[in-house]
Ligand binder design. Structure first.
Ligand code: NOJ
Length: 727
């Protein structure tokens, strides 16, 4: 068998195996590897699979599956389809099965924006590793995550899936997610190179999707290559450097060229310049949509443009399966383009070890997540919470006889706390806030019906303190869910006003998939905690945080603007010719009717203690461009009475550059866990590479000259020092 089929020989180098298989493939089989269908059915599609006419399947209920539930993955169907591919097809090439495993599988963790708020690469890696293990048992070999779209537009529902607005944060967390999904790659021999028990990751959506006009999903994107390179491409580069196996093209156009036809960015930048040898997959019908976007006359034309641009797999449009072979025969598409696409798919299957282990072992999938998985889910949920304001009302003290009212539309929720893109989560797995409160407080818990009605006011008057659980349902976030108003959903603010008017302590917990305009809530509540959509352990994580068993340690991964009228409002701002002075919003560039600075800056978040920052200490003031570095340290004192975590952030600014550079760009962060009174030191290493950027000619460079280092608790500022980069 293996002598006839040298591609199965593990003693040969992987690339030799790939080429040996490619050499055997007919044009139809080659095209087959580029064709992907949704929900492949072993019976209905037996002939197609048996002929080698398909290479992969996506298990999803529809075009915007993130907001829908489906029946889950049927392992028996996966194995049955695989049996046809491996045993009945001429070359026996196994199929890939992809699914959107975005923030957990059966064990659902916080939405990615919430995970990002933990600013913790190790945590993100562990959640992805567990998701991969659970998904693998279900027969999934490929997930469409991490989502790395730089997100500074809260009207866009998809920010919930993102890792925030800062390239360095999204890049590092994205790379950690890739390592979690894919495991530690093994270099040995030509066997599987992705870790065992893992799935292939997919960095998406390449690129610029976060810039959709007006925050409307799928809208056209206006951006130049310089901004793409200096901002939006950076997390993708980090994921590719971490070995991310696949990349997904974005639905949008970039400055007039739809990404599924964007040869410059897909082929020239991603594949040629970065040396990416993995698979570029289309988004759902993205190839077909070139017709809707008005750049392709028909599906045939769309197929020709997409394969030339570098899209290797056509997700569901059918354009490649219908037209590629004929386009090659007509001399309109070079055979080598199609062979290169198939080569990448085969390489991925070999890297995954699918030729050796095509079938899902017959271990029954866990009907419920295991206790240790739930503990990780609780840790992740609690780590994602961000405390926005607190006048000392939190943490709550559980004095016997103190009656705590739990109210608001999320008090009894289960499934809604899983968030968007939790296809395999189950509402019944969720520990709701009401159940966790009841467990904690017993008779002292007063739990409202969640309707937020007149009865609520009655209960507020009768109890000592109110915890109001408000915010947006996940059906208002995720794909195709954009809004024009980023305030709380209809009616909630009115009820909060009425509760606050009664004059008793009020804690507001906000579940959300996006930054909200919380201006008035921040003023009327005693404490406000952002809880995102926290996953299966929502209730216990919340109770443990509100009662102080855990301290909130999250920091905002996106700016919270003052209103929609203030957008864009983020930490990515660059200097203008007439700068706004942050202190008074004077000068030009201001609004006449409002302050420009964000309501809550990127990186901000409180905890149950306070921290004092000492002066910056620098190991040198000059940094040679060639191999130099400077150590920057700051002492941070826990000046309060409880233990807590501070996320010390370092921002850089290149003062004079070839193009406008951010006023303050996140370069690194250090987490310090400090006991009351303890002093910790955050030490950063500044390197010339952190100041590198693409210039007017799209060349990566570092400027000799002045740079400013700022170290502080968020993007609104901190202690600064000037250094000089010397040539
Ligand atoms: C469309 C979404 O844009 C993408 O993120 C997702 O991975 C695919 N559908 C597959 O479900």
């Amino acid at each position: 068998m293996t002598t006839e089929r040298p591609w199965l020989r593990l003693d040969l180098p992987l690339e030799e195996r790939v080429e040996a298989l490619l050499a055997e493939m007919t044009l139809a089989e080659t095209v087959g590897q580029t064709h992907q269908m949704a929900n492949l059915d072993p019976d209905a599609h037996r002939e197609l699979i048996g002929s080698g006419g398909i290479g992969s399947s996506l298990i999803a209920s529809g075009a915007t599956a993130g907001n829908e539930r489906d029946e889950g993955v049927r392992v028996s169907a996966v194995n049955a389809a695989q049996r046809v591919a491996v045993q009945d097809s001429r070359l026996g090439i196994p199929l890939l099965f992809g699914r959107d495993v975005i923030h957990g599988h059966r064990t659902v963790f916080p939405i990615p924006l919430g995970l990002a708020a933990a600013w913790d690469e190790d945590l993100v890696c562990r959640t992805a590793r567990l998701a991969a293990a659970e998904a693998g048992v279900d027969g999934v070999t490929w997930t469409f995550a991490p989502m790395l779209d730089i997100s500074e537009e809260p009207r866009w529902g998809r920010v919930a899936e993102s890792l925030g607005e800062a390239p360095v944060l999204a890049g590092r967390l994205g790379a950690a997610m890739v390592r979690g999904f894919q495991g530690e790659p093994s270099q040995a021999g030509s066997g599987p190179v992705l870790g065992a028990g893992t799935v292939a990751a997919c960095a998406k959506h390449f690129v610029g999707y976060g810039l959709v006009g007006g925050g409307r999903d799928y809208e056209t994107v206006q951006v130049g290559e310089n901004t793409l390179r200096n901002t939006h491409l950076r997390p993708f580069r980090a994921a590719v450097d971490a070995g991310c196996a696949t990349v997904m093209a974005a639905f949008t156009d970039v400055d007039g060229v739809p990404m599924h036809a964007h040869r410059r960015l897909l082929r020239e930048v991603l594949k040629d310049e970065w040396g990416f040898d993995g698979v570029v997959v289309a988004d759902w019908d993205g190839v077909g949509q070139l017709v809707n976007q008005g750049v392709a006359a028909d599906l045939r034309d769309a197929a020709a443009q997409a394969i030339a641009a570098g899209v290797d797999i056509d997700m569901v449009s059918g354009a490649y399966a219908a037209h590629l072979a004929e386009l090659v025969e007509a001399g309109q598409v070079p055979l080598e383009l199609v062979r290169d696409a198939a080569r990448r798919v085969i390489r991925l299957k070999m890297r995954l070890g699918l030729f050796e282990r095509p079938f899902v072992p017959a271990t029954p999938p866990a009907s419920q997540s295991r206790p240790e998985s739930r503990l990780l889910a609780r840790e992740a949920a609690a780590a994602s919470f961000v405390l926005l304001t607190n006048n000392g009302t939190l943490p709550l003290t559980a004095d016997p006889g103190t009656h705590v009212l739990l109210t608001g539309p999320f008090a009894h929720e289960g499934e809604a706390l899983l968030g968007t893109w939790s296809l395999d989560g189950r509402g019944e797995d969720v520990a709701s806030p009401a159940s966790a409160f009841r467990t904690r407080l017993g008779e002292d818990a007063v739990i409202d019906d969640g309707r937020f009605s007149d009865r609520t006011m009655h209960l507020v008057r009768q109890t000592d303190i109110t915890i109001a659980l408000v915010g947006e349902h996940p059906s208002r976030s995720g794909e195709a869910n954009s809004v024009t108003d980023i305030g709380l959903p209809a009616g909630q603010l009115e009820v909060l006003r009425a509760i606050a008017a009664i004059g008793k302590p009020l804690v507001v917990v906000v579940f959300t998939g996006r930054p909200l305009d919380l201006g008035e809530v921040l003023d009327l509540a005693d404490s406000v905690l952002i809880a995102w959509h926290p996953g299966v352990e929502a209730g216990p994580a919340l109770v443990e945080t509100l009662f102080g068993d855990r301290s909130p340690g999250g920091r905002l991964p996106m700016t919270f603007p003052r209103s929609v009228g203030h957008l864009p409002s983020s930490s990515l701002a660059r200097p203008t010719g007439r700068p706004i002075e942050a202190a008074d919003d004077a000068a030009t560039g201001r609004y006449l009717d409002a302050r420009v600075v964000p309501r809550l800056p990127f990186g901000s978040g409180l905890t149950y203690t306070t921290f004092g920052y000492g002066p910056l200490r620098l190991s040198a003031r000059e940094m040679p461009l060639d191999g130099g570095s400077i150590q920057v340290s700051v002492d941070v004192t826990n000046s309060g009475e409880r233990a807590g975590r501070e996320v010390v952030q370092m921002y850089l600014r290149d003062v004079v550059a070839d193009v406008t550079r951010p006023l303050l760009e996140l370069a690194d962060w250090v987490s310090l866990a400090l006991e009351p009174g303890a002093v910790g030191t955050a030490t950063f290493t500044v390197t010339p590479a952190q100041l590198s950027y693409y210039d007017r000619t799209m060349t990566l460079r570092i400027d000799p000259g002045e740079a400013v280092i700022t170290v502080g608790p968020d993007a609104s500022g901190g202690a600064t020092a000037r250094i000089t980069v010397t040539s």
